[in-house]
Write a protein that binds this ligand. Structure first.
Ligand code: ADP
Ligand code: MG
Length: 897
């Protein structure tokens, strides 16, 4: 008998897991999972299986409590004269099983619950630790084992509808589970099954009456995928399910003609909880500088709490006693006996545990020797009549207490959830990145705009300041011009006064001079006569001396006479010296006076600076004997000093100086020196001096002279000469000034390199604009300029074919009508230049149409026929005959050509 294993009265008290009396007293049943290092794993194959076989588990023995049912009415009557077959010592967790009146055996359990134990206490002692474990992620099992009628269903399955205090373990477990989870992140679902004759029926779906057990070949986990899983949201939900299950159980048993005590009822509660790992290995793997918010490592714990109301245990021992066939009884009890065998095998550390022998043992594989926390309540009745059943129940419980489990948390890495989380995170980061990028772009745009605003503001301020400064300068300039004008007026007034006086003085001086000259001539004649007489005397004396006649007296007289004559001569010589100096003095004064008069005179053209054609001869003619004094002046004073005088504060000196420079510039030999010494710049500056028309005219003349030279032409243009000449051309009235300006521009027009600048800087417009003056001298210069320019244009066309493909600038600037109008001008210089200009323009085919429509063709035909100059005549003829446009027009008009 199994009871022999427990030895005698005292000897049967088997210390469990080295427990002493003190830790027996402490409610080890309630103890939480120890945190100490796990004990070495059992070598038994029973420990195999479980999802985390490689992990270290926590050892946890199967806990067993014994519960004694109070006597029922029948027992109270029938056994009234007998004592209970058991005596409980709950404080010592001991149970004494009376064999007879004098002998008893004592057993120790993890908990001994008397007939008075409340349902609440039973739950807390037996099931609550397992429920709490399940909430923490461990599998758990609570099962009731015992003879039919001892209170298994009472203990596990009471709903407590009529009396709350009567609520059984199933109801209370679910209450605690629902209280312990969060419905948002966790879930709980149940399956409710009945196992009868090795068939699993679904108590939640009676049609589903043969559910297969599926084992995961890798982990050994068993599951019932065919069973109905109902998710529990609240307790009411659950109670309804239990009721439904109970209804179905009764119906099924009626159909099978059996009793519920013959079947096992199994409630499976699946708890799924999400937990966040504190020590996050993922975050460690990530770069700490990363801007990603590290996702926590999501873990999911899936635990299974199995509550089993086993079939009555009496069948094991009394099979067939209730009228069943043996085989049938065997089949009915197969699961229960298999459970006993398995528990025995584990308890005895057997190498083989026959889990596969029955469906119950397959389902409960994890509960015995597996990874679950398992509690068993063995229920017994008090009746001595059932001593045998009670004894076997107690021994079953005792054996079960030897089963050592290795508790393991059912935790998995939640890849799905992690991936979902990471995706969410990634989306967040992408969105954030986009926002940041947008912010950055906006910021860049804002800064750019601000910078642009600032720049434009600064530019505006600068422009305003510039405008102010310009206005100020203009005001100052006007002021100084005004002052200069006033000064000029007063000078003019002075000059007019001086002129009036000067005319008088001049007259006096001239007459005095004439008189002095006459005196001097007389004196010189006298002196000459005296010299001749002296010579005569000397000759006579010589002859007398030779003749030898002793005329000492005569000699002395003659000698005396001679001496007198010598004295007279000396006197005369002195007088001549004085007169000469007076003459020089007077000449100088008269010159000064004359110049003074000239300044006032309106007709004084400084023709010496006229470079046109015979400028040098003209210069010499006009200056008469003055060339010598100028050359001398230049030598004596030095060019540099004269140029400095151009900037003298004294207007008179400036005028004087500019004339001197103009005269010097008329000489080709001086031009280079003048330019080298900076004279060109000074002359250009003088073009803008309005104080005196003479200054401008003379300066323009000097520039025109300098503009003869190709090197100087470039220099004039580089120093802004075109604009200065153009400005002068625009505001000068004096025809002689305009003539000089036109002459200067005309010279520039002859330079191939200056064509573009002459146009762009307004030279051509200025030249053409000067025809307003109407003076033939001016018109001649304009015509010369046009001819020069047209010549250069035609040269550019023929030499660099295609470079200048457009119409002539002259045509574009509207010069053609004037050219045509003056083509037959009565003034020969104008006519000649215009004729040449027309020939040059006609050489460029692109001008032909404009020329034809402007009437130039008639002029060209005329030139080719009647021009007095043969070369021009021939040129016109050649030009017309080589142009297809002109030729066809001539043909069209029927002109004889
Ligand atoms: P089993 O499920 O083991 O066959 P039941 O739970 O059906 O036994 O109990 C049989 C009877 O005993 C029921 O009427 C039940 O109410 C009663 N009973 C069982 N245990 C107790 C108890 N601890 N206190 C009072 N009555 C009990
Ligand atoms: Mg029952």
């Amino acid at each position: 008998m199994a009871s022999s294993r427990n030895g005698g009265i005292r000897g049967s008290m088997r210390p469990i897991s080295g427990a002493n009396s003190s830790n027996l007293r402490s409610s080890s049943f309630k103890s939480r999972i120890p945190s100490s290092a796990p004990a070495p794993r059992r070598s038994s194959s029973a420990s195999l299986g479980g999802p985390s076989a490689g992990d270290n588990g926590v050892p946890g023995r199967v806990r067993v409590a014994v519960r004694l049912r109070p006597r029922n009415a029948e027992e109270s009557v029938a056994d009234a004269d007998f004592a209970d077959c058991v005596e409980l010592q709950p404080e010592l967790k001991r149970l004494k099983l009376r064999k007879n009146n004098w002998d008893s055996e004592t057993y120790e359990f993890d908990e001994v619950l008397t007939e008075a134990a409340s349902q609440k206490r039973v739950y807390e002692v037996v099931a609550k630790p397992v429920v709490e474990s399940a909430l923490e992620g461990y599998n758990g099992t609570v099962m009731a084992y015992g003879q039919t009628g001892t209170g298994k269903t009472f203990t596990l399955g009471r709903l407590g509808d009529e009396d709350t205090a009567a609520r059984g373990i199933m109801v209370r477990s679910m209450e605690d589970i629902l209280a312990g989870i969060s419905l948002e992140s966790d879930s709980v679902s149940v399956s409710y099954l009945q196992l009868y004759m090795e068939t699993i029926q679904d108590l939640l779906d009676p049609a589903n009456d043969n559910i297969a057990i599926v084992e995961d070949p890798k982990t050994g986990d068993v599951s019932l995928p065919g069973a109905t899983h109902v998710e529990i949201r609240n307790q009411q939900n659950f109670l309804e399910l239990l009721r439904l299950g109970e209804t179905h159980r009764i119906a099924a048993n009626t159909k099978l003609n059996t009793e519920s005590s013959r079947s096992h009822a199994i409630l499976m509660v699946h708890v799924k909880r999400s937990v966040v790992e504190k020590d996050n290995s993922i975050s460690n793997e990530m770069d700490s500088s990363s801007h990603f918010v590290r996702p926590s490592k999501p873990l999911v714990r899936r635990s299974k709490l199995v509550l089993v109301d086993l079939a009555g245990s009496e069948r094991v021992h009394k099979s067939g006693s209730e009228g069943h066939m043996l085989e049938e009884a065997k089949s009915i009890n197969l699961s229960l006996s298999a459970l006993g065998k398995c528990i025995n095998a584990i308890a005895e550390d057997s190498a083989h545990v026959p889990f596969r022998d029955s469906k119950l043992t397959r389902l409960l594989r994890d509960s015995f020797g597996g990874t679950a926390r398992t509690s068993m309540i063995v229920t017994i009745g008090p009746s001595p009549r059932h001593r045998g059943e009670t004894t076997s129940t107690i021994l079953f419980g005792q054996r079960a207490m030897k089963v050592e489990n290795m508790l393991k948390i059912k935790e998995e890495f939640d890849y799905k959830s992690l991936s979902k989380k990471l995706e969410v995170q990634l989306d967040k980061v992408i969105a954030e990145n986009e926002r940041q990028q947008k912010m950055f772009d906006d910021e860049v745009e804002r800064v750019t705009l601000e910078a642009q605003n600032r720049i434009s503001e600064v530019e505006k301020n600068f422009a305003e300041a510039l405008e102010k400064e310009k206005l100020k300068c203009q005001m100052e300039y006007m002021e100084s011009v005004k002052k200069l004008e006033e000064k000029m007026l007063s000078n003019q007034r002075k000059q007019e006064d001086g002129k009036r006086n000067g005319e008088m003085n001049g007259f006096v001086a001239t007459s005095e001079l004439t008189h002095l000259k006459e005196v001097l001539e007389n004196e010189m004649k006298l002196r000459k006569a005296a010299e001749e007489e002296l010579n005569k005397f000397n000759n006579q004396l010589t002859q007398k001396t030779r003749s030898g006649e002793g005329g000492d007296a005569e000699i002395s007289r003659l000698q005396k006479l001679l001496e007198d004559e010598a004295v007279q001569k000396k006197k005369l010589e002195e007088e001549v010296t004085v007169l000469r100096s007076q003459l020089v003095q007077l000449t100088f004064e008269a010159d000064q006076m004359r110049r003074c008069l000239e300044r006032g005179g309106p007709t004084n053209s400084y023709s010496g600076s006229d470079l046109l054609s015979s400028r040098q001869s003209q210069f010499r003619e006009s200056m008469n004997g003055q060339k010598a004094p100028f050359a001398t002046l230049c030598e004596q004073v030095g060019l540099q000093k004269i140029l400095q005088l151009l900037e003298s504060e004294d207007a008179n000196i400036r005028i004087h100086a500019v004339k001197v420079v103009a005269n010097l510039a008329a000489e080709e030999t001086n031009q280079e020196k003048i330019v080298e010494a900076g004279g060109l710049t000074s002359l250009l500056m003088l073009l803008r001096s309005y104080e005196d028309e003479t200054v401008r005219r003379v300066a323009a003349g000097a520039i025109a002279n300098l503009a003869m030279n190709e090197v100087n032409q470039q220099l004039i243009v580089d120093q802004g000469g075109i604009s200065l000449l153009s400005l002068t051309a625009a505001d000068a009235e004096d025809p002689q000034t305009l003539r000089m300006v036109a002459g200067a521009i005309a010279n520039l027009c002859g330079n191939d390199k200056l064509q573009a600048r002459l146009r762009s800087e307004g030279g051509i417009k200025a030249l053409l604009g000067m025809v307003r003056c109407g003076h033939p001298d001016v018109l001649a210069q304009v015509a010369r300029g046009i001819a020069n320019f047209a010549k250069c244009e035609s040269r550019a066309t023929t030499q660099e074919a295609g470079v200048r493909s457009g119409r002539s600038v002259l045509v574009e600037d509207g010069a053609l009508p004037w050219i045509v109008q003056h083509a037959n001008d009565e003034a020969a210089p104008i006519r000649r230049h215009i004729e040449l200009a027309l020939c040059h323009l006609a050489q460029h085919e692109v001008n032909a149409r404009d020329m034809i429509s402007g009437g130039a063709l008639w002029e060209l035909v005329r030139i080719s026929r009647e021009c007095s100059r043969e070369d021009i005549r021939n040129l016109a003829h050649r030009t017309l005959s080589s142009s297809p446009v002109f030729r066809s027009e001539i043909r069209r008009l029927g002109i004889q050509f």
